[in-house]
Write a protein that binds this ligand. Structure first.
Ligand code: GLU
Length: 365
């Protein structure tokens, strides 16, 4: 039985763009869905967009693309209205809304990640419905998710949700863009996220919504690797969660088999690794067999990372092999790259670990 669902609602659903008002009647339907689902014993976390869209008209920021400062200002104005709309809609169904504004740093830094997770768990145990958005007003370009699809996936991974549902203006993934190609076929289930499926993401759309299919497929990778099933479903209709439970058409992405530990999920989910190791074919084979990354297999080191940072592991052709926590900073790693572990002490003047990335700190893609 499903116990915890994270559902993400995009700006186009939450906000009536013409009137620049929350879609109150629809929000009440969603709140009714949440109340009914909770009454059956399933917890719900909402990730809601809409802060920026809600403030655009009031601030006369109606051009398609906003500058970062304008987004930050719009979010500061709109987030209050968004929170109020959720608080009223959930309150009408006897539920207490709890607002959480997260930045990329809150999910990339292990200590802050654990802290946010503890807060979410406490809120759920107190019977609240967490309503999450990105903290757009303080997030700068470098530390911004920019889309709530990946934010929702990181939240789902954080709380080990059973399901992540991305409600959108489309009822799932198609073999091509159905707005352009009339022969585009709907895909009901994705068992394995192959490169072919990931290539279906295409470019992000212009205008108010920031994600498009591309960020939804990135979210699918994070969620399914963490053992969470993910759906892309149509959200525009009234009571979208009830419709989905009633069998409405959508795309399900099945969780990857052999769920990882929570710690490995966190390592895999770091979105901005601090650098990369390029490894030779022999090392890549050793990693695939469950081995650690030894300095002898490292061909190249890039980035300015510190010991303990998450770094990418790339194959000789630049393909993504995995991601792990490095036992050496970039400078030392460059000194020992391509050398045998017995040489480490002579090269660095101190005896570090034999592995550049220990297998306990490594996840393969
Ligand atoms: N955090 C943004 C907002 O609330 C939306 C991001 C997105 O569209 O995914 O306006």
């Amino acid at each position: 039985m499903t116990r915890l669902i994270v559902m993400k609602l995009g700006s186009a659903l939450v906000v009536d763009a013409k009137r620049a008002e929350p879609r109150t009647a629809w929000l009440h339907g969603v709140a009714a869905d949440i109340a009914a689902t909770r009454a059956r014993g399933t917890q719900i976390i909402v990730v809601s967009s809409g802060a920026i869209a809600l403030a655009r008209h009031a601030l006369r920021l109606t051009q398609a693309r906003l500058r970062l400062e304008e987004k930050q200002a719009a979010a500061a104005v709109g987030q209050i209205r968004l929170a109020q709309a959720w608080s009223e809609a959930l309150g009408a169904h006897g539920l207490v809304a709890a607002q959480l504004l997260l930045t990329l740093g809150d999910t990339e830094d292990r200590r802050r990640y654990l802290n946010a997770r503890a807060t979410l768990r406490t809120l759920l145990s107190l019977g609240c419905v967490p309503v999450i958005n990105e903290n757009d007003s303080v997030a700068t370009a470098e530390i911004r998710f920019g889309d709530n699809d990946r934010l929702a996936a990181r939240v789902a991974e954080m709380v080990q949700a059973d399901q992540l549902i991305l409600f959108s203006d489309i009822d799932g993934l198609y073999s091509a863009d159905p707005k352009i190609d009339p022969h585009a076929a709907h895909i009901a289930e994705v068992a394995v996220l192959t490169p072919e499926i990931e290539a279906m993401g295409g470019d992000p759309p212009a205008g108010y919504s920031s994600g498009g299919m591309r960020t939804k497929l990135l979210a699918a990778r994070i969620a399914t690797q963490a053992g969470t099933a993910m759906a892309i479903a149509l959200g525009h209709r009234d009571n979208p969660l009830a419709a989905l439970e009633g069998g409405a058409r959508c795309t399900w992405f099945l969780p990857a088999p052999g769920g990882r530990s929570a710690r490995k999920n966190w390592i895999a989910g770091v979105l901005q690794p601090a650098g990369a190791y390029t490894v030779d074919a022999g090392a890549a084979r050793a990693l695939a067999r469950g081995g650690s990354l030894l300095p002898v297999g490292v061909r190249a080191v890039s980035g300015g990372f510190a010991q303990g940072d998450a770094v990418l592991v790339l194959g000789v052709a630049g393909e993504r092999v995995g991601q792990g926590l490095t036992a050496y900073d970039a400078e030392d790693a460059m000194r020992i790259a391509g050398r045998r572990s017995e040489e480490i002490e002579a090269l660095l003047g101190w005896r570090g670990r034999d592995e550049v990335i220990h297998r306990d700190d490594l996840v393969l893609f």
